[in-house]
Ligand binder design. Structure first.
Ligand SMILES: *[C@@H]1O[C@H](CO)[C@@H](O)[C@H](O)[C@H]1NC(C)=O
Ligand SMILES: *[C@@H]1O[C@H](CO)[C@@H](O)[C@H](O)[C@H]1NC(C)=O
Length: 376
């Protein structure tokens, strides 16, 4: 008998198949467009080579052909952007992210340095110390592209980079305080573009390429992080969110890295969930710092890293894997630098001086936007 329930079930199944179909169809179209773009590039290149060899009359014809191909390629690239989108109904945020920026470990670390600051750099109110820290990144890494974005431009960039994943943009815009947005932004920019993100109150001590130990090939790694805190004392929980905590004031990544994918998906879902429940406000009083730590800060960053380590390593990975190390540790495709690298000169937890050969970045903790627990 054709009951209402059966009809709904059948309709539901058909819809589900249609949605699956439409995504695999999209993937197929995407491959075809990519192949066409590649073909068109090869053809343009061969025409340009030929152009150098033949006479004037033929040149005009060839030039027209090259222009036509360029135009066609621009249109195809626009199409490609539209197709590079999976629907909310048939895919998770993590799947949509994976589709937007596929990860390849064998690409180079992009030579970008990303920073954010509340206002513009030419703002007279910009603290001279912060200005000199920002400049240190140019001095030490002269051939990197260095972008310092103000809050307005950071939001514009997020909208542009994630226009095909509306949930990510909605989550960013729903965040109730600049601290959360500043945290979220670093993962978003590194996932989409890669390179180095570093807080405005960090000073570059050594060139970025020198962060790599000579026993490790940069083609095998996709993410570089540093230990922030390793408090070997029974009351550690009064001071830090995790027994061993990774810093997120400086991170280097290749675009699409799976840890960044996990944290962007986690933060997006947590935020939209809190929004739906009307609980976007931060926990009150002494819980506020921990709330930020777990939502966007070093707490959730550390959790996502340990989850990843344990999904790729044969042996269990715990805080002891990284505790009290003086050199880098390599797990999966992640280089974990010792506490001295991004947190030198703090005078405890095994951190050595800023002149140590392993000291790469100094954090001056001058950010008034940081929660109390992060400022100590
Ligand atoms: C985010 O990650 C944390 C830590 O692993 C987990 O407890 C939480 O359930 C995750 N949230 C979402 C929405 O995935
Ligand atoms: C933060 O996360 C830790 C570890 O999962 C948990 O013990 C703590 O209760 C959380 N605190 C808040 C305020 O969410």
């Amino acid at each position: 008998m054709l009951t209402f329930r059966r009809v709904s079930l059948v309709v539901f199944c058909i819809l589900a198949v249609l949605f699956c179909f439409s995504d695999s169809e999209k993937k197929r179209k995407l491959d075809a467009i990519e192949a066409r773009i590649k073909e068109s590039k090869t053809l343009s290149e061969s025409l340009i080579n030929e152009y150098a060899r033949v006479g004037d009359e033929q040149n005009r014809v060839l030039q027209q052909e090259i222009q036509r191909l360029d135009k066609e390629r621009k249109l195809l690239e626009l199409r490609l952007q539209e197709v590079r989108k999976l629907s909310d109904a048939s895919s998770t945020v993590a799947e949509q992210l994976d589709f937007l920026v596929p990860y390849r470990v064998d690409q180079k670390f992009p030579a970008f340095i990303w920073q954010t600051w509340k206002n513009d750099l030419n703002d007279a109110k910009l603290n001279p110390e912060i200005r000199s820290y920002i400049q240190s990144w140019d001095t030490v890494n002269a051939n990197f592209v260095h972008e310092v974005l103000n809050d307005r431009n950071a939001e514009k960039l997020v909208k542009h980079l994630y226009k095909n994943i509306p949930k990510v943009v909605q989550a960013y815009q729903a965040m109730p305080t600049p601290i959360l947005k500043a945290d979220f932004f670093r993962y978003l920019i590194l996932f989409a573009r890669g390179g180095v993100y570093t807080d405005a109150d960090t000073e570059a001590l050594k060139p970025v390429p020198n962060w790599f130990p000579n026993w490790l090939n940069a083609d095998d790694a996709g993410l570089v992080v540093g230990v922030e805190a390793d408090p070997d004392r029974p009351d550690w929980a009064q001071w830090y969110a995790r027994r061993l905590q990774f810093c997120q004031w400086t991170i280097q990544a290749k675009p699409g890295h799976p840890v960044l994918r996990s944290i962007v998906a986690n933060i997006t879902e947590t935020t939209l969930d809190r929004k739906a429940r009307g609980e976007l406000g931060l926990a009150p009083g002494s819980e506020e710092g921990a709330d930020i730590m777990n939502w966007t800060g070093p707490g959730i960053w550390t959790d996502m890293l340990f989850e990843y380590f344990n999904s790729v390593a044969a042996e269990p990975v715990t805080y002891e894997t990284f505790s009290k190390r003086e050199t880098g540790t390599f797990v999966g495709d992640v280089l974990v630098l010792p506490i001295t690298s991004f947190s030198p000169g703090v005078g405890h937890m095994g951190s050595k001086s800023v002149s140590d050969p392993m000291a790469f970045v100094q954090h001056h903790f001058s950010g008034s936007w940081k929660p109390e627990a992060e400022r100590m």
